[in-house]
Design a protein around this ligand. Sequence first.
Ligand code: CAA
Length: 246
Amino acid sequence: MTQRIALVTGGTGGIGSAICLSLADQGMKVVAGYSNEAKAKAWQQEQKEAGYDILIQHVDVTSLESCQQAVAEVKEKAGGSIDVLVNNAGITRDGVFKKMDWDQWNSVLTTNLDSAFNMTRPVVDDMLEKGFGRIINISSVNGEKGQFGQTNYSAAKAGLHGFTKALAQETARKGVTVNTISPGYILTPMVAKIAPEIQEKIVAQIPVGRMGAPEEIGRTVAFLADDNAGYITGSNLSINGGQHMS
Ligand code: CAA
């Protein structure tokens, strides 16, 4: 069988790195999407030293044009079309709604939700034609339950659930599955930005008693990306240590 090609947006970040490594462990050719070239090159070298040969690709997920160009370049450098797309890139701009400005709202909605359209649109035709595809959208526990200080982020992440369920219906007959993973609080630089006293309160609400590890998300992505996961579509897997059970 030919080697599957996976593209992970935000691939050099906290959760993205773990996803890339899990997919590589599963034998895939992995491309990490990045926005910061210097950081991405250093990251790639670090992975190489750890024994992982991961390609990198610049992409601005807020721009359809940039995503189209990135997909064309990935096809060229990976030697085939994308089999697995992980829509993982995301940002936070937290603040209570009464103090939130348009830029805080708009930057989170375009990076975390418009990105799903911008990245998926250029890859879906190839997947449908090939009769195989795995689209995995990284949402959040805060898209399921809402979070104080995150009207923007919760709205965008909840939007991903709707996107997943609608697209899954459209692509199911052609072997293309679409699923969402909703991580809870995972130990990454994004979560490290939360004030320590607030972090303590959050951990107190997690039955497992700790934050999650990025690898715990990476392995679940690899599970959904597998050829044998073809009967799982339109689903949402919550990985939150029991913080929210729906
Ligand atoms: N529920 C109800 N009230 C709350 C509350 C909560 N969860 N959190 C804070 N409040 C109250 C406070 O007690 C305070 O009340 P008083 O004014 O009566 O004292 C008031 O709201 C203002 O709270 P802050 O002092 O915290 O307000 P702030 O403006 O300094 O900060 C904030 C607001 C930036 C949103 C801050 O509360 C915060 O960082 N919260 C955490 C947000 C969060 O969880 N972000 C997740 C980021 S990681 C991520 O998103 C990854 C993922 O997918 C999980």
